[in-house]
Design a protein around this ligand. Structure first.
Ligand code: SAH
Ligand code: F3S
Length: 467
């Protein structure tokens, strides 16, 4: 029985794709290896969004190949995901020891290709062609033995048609393709039957879900219709989604936050820049004013709405004045959290050929200033939770301190508390006692505890959902 180790770089979509590949291989009799050292197959699921992410995966592959040679082993080595898609055969030229290059529409072919490679029939395979309905292939879930899954990610679409000028994703993930609502709902039902209480709907631009396939009904977009259909699944408690685009927040979606109680009050609204001039050059499709109006309308729709964002500093031609527009927008929007990226030129994107690149030291300086600024705003918003009682969904042992448990608030903040396995999967009121750096520390309030969920029996697991 061959063993496989999969390492994932980048976003939640990649995590989800890796999980689906792991589930597929498990179903074909593979064992999942805990370590890359002794696995028969090592796959790196790569990210291309910034050069840094690509360099990390390239370096890792080189060190895997070197270690295997020194140990006299010959594991099958493969790249999959975004860098595999965009560099394809070049990866084999640069790293001849690599056996498999599997593109973003080919994850469901992993087992078949690995079988060919492990049998020795072929030494190298590059498969990065487009494939009809590949969006339907990411549906199997994996649950480690003895663990009850509380939250799950559900891939609802692939690709993006927005073509922001800095972004490589439309090249690596292709054009927008959506799954059917019925198929997604059936996957969610299967998850809920296994104990899942929260799902996150995933895609590169989820607010464009079904834009060509699903007619608008009663003013509700395909995406809002999907959220409504998932909302109707009994036993599901919470719905999240990522990543949306600000242009996708029509009145139908904003209204859904007040209307659909399972839809949690958190909106991730990638901003990228606060300067209209830069937003135009980025091809983002909104202005500063429209963006701020959207933040105001979201906060009006739900008092507890958390708004988070992505920002790029140092886009070509960004002046200090443009940068100050971003700083002032952060003040006006009072983001609950912001992910800051230093602009990284990506091959074959329009921005990479734009004039007036910002010097690296200026990018560093703006990044440091903006980071300090948004952290101050965000930490103030965290501190405001101290003394309040909030509802958390308990996910399991804390990733920061394994002797504690953690859960998330509806608006997606992590709360660490003294808990035990019996709390897993519960919606629990906790009183926030103190606030750390982007973490809240709480004490379960002595009211209204849910019944503990039945533990899964070990022989039921690991399970494949919707195989
Ligand atoms: N909607 C997409 C966005 C992909 S990239 C998704 O989440 O799948 C995530 C973030 O990376 C973007 O919002 C942007 O802030 C950042 N990013 C994308 N391309 C970049 C580049 N060339 N340089 C720096 N940051 C980039
Ligand atoms: Fe990239 Fe813009 Fe789409 S950031 S994923 S092209 S919305």
């Amino acid at each position: 029985m061959p063993s496989v180790f999969i390492k994932t770089y980048g976003c939640q979509m990649n995590e989800r794709d890796s999980e689906a590949v792991a589930a597929q291989l498990l179903a074909r009799g593979y064992a999942l290896s805990e370590s890359e050292q002794d696995a028969d197959v090592v796959l790196l699921n790569t990210c291309s969004v910034r050069d840094f992410a690509e360099q990390k995966a390239l370096g890792k592959m080189q060190s895997l190949a070197g270690a295997a040679r020194r140990q006299g082993r010959a594991p099958v080595l493969g790249f999959m995901g975004c860098m595999a898609q965009s560099r394809a055969g070049q990866l084999l030229e640069a790293q001849p020891r690599v056996n498999l290059v599997l593109g973003t529409q080919k994850f469901h072919r992993a087992a078949e290709h690995l079988e060919t490679l492990l049998s020795g029939r072929q030494r190298q395979i590059v498969d990065t062609a487009a494939e009809e309905r590949s969006q339907d292939a990411i549906r199997e879930h994996l649950v480690p033995a003895g663990v009850r899954p509380v939250t799950a990610f559900v891939s609802i679409m692939q690709g993006c048609n927005q073509h922001c000028t800095f972004c490589i994703v439309p090249q690596t993930r292709g054009a927008e393709r959506s799954r059917s609502i019925a198929d997604i709902v059936s996957e969610v039902r299967g998850l809920v039957d296994r104990g899942v209480r929260e799902v996150t709907l995933l895609g590169q631009i989820v607010t464009s879900f079904g834009r060509r396939e699903i007619p608008v009904r009663d003013g509700h977009s395909g995406f809002v219709q999907l959220v409504e259909a998932v909302h109707a699944v009994d036993g599901l408690e919470r719905i999240r989604f990522t990543s949306p685009h600000p242009k996708g927040y029509g009145d139908d979606l904003i209204g859904a936050f007040g209307r659909l109680p399972k839809l949690t009050e958190h909106a991730h609204l990638p901003l990228q820049s606060g300067s209209d001039r830069i937003l135009r050059r980025m091809h983002r499709g909104y202005t500063r004013e429209r963006y701020l109006d959207l933040v105001r309308r979201l906060r009006a729709a739900h008092a507890g709405m958390a708004v988070t964002t992505d920002i790029i500093v140092g886009f070509p031609g960004e002046t200090e004045e443009d940068f100050q527009e971003t700083v002032s927008l952060c003040d006006a929007a009072a983001f609950d959290q912001a992910y800051l990226f230093k602009y990284s030129p990506r091959r074959d994107t329009p921005a990479a050929a734009m004039p007036d690149p910002v010097p690296p030291e200026v990018i560093e300086d703006r990044h440091a200033r903006l980071l300090a600024h948004i952290n101050r705003i965000a930490l103030d918003r965290f501190a405001a939770f101290v003394g309040r009682t909030v509802e958390i969904l308990v996910e399991g042992p804390s990733r920061r301190n394994a002797s504690r448990f953690e859960g998330r608030t509806r608006d997606n903040r992590i709360v660490v508390f003294e808990g035990s396995e019996r709390h897993r999967g519960q919606l629990l009121p906790v009183r926030i006692e103190r606030c750390g750096s982007f973490t809240l520390y709480g004490d379960p309030a002595i009211v209204g505890l849910d019944e503990p969920h039945p533990e899964p029996s070990p022989d039921e697991l690991p399970v494949l959902l919707n195989p």
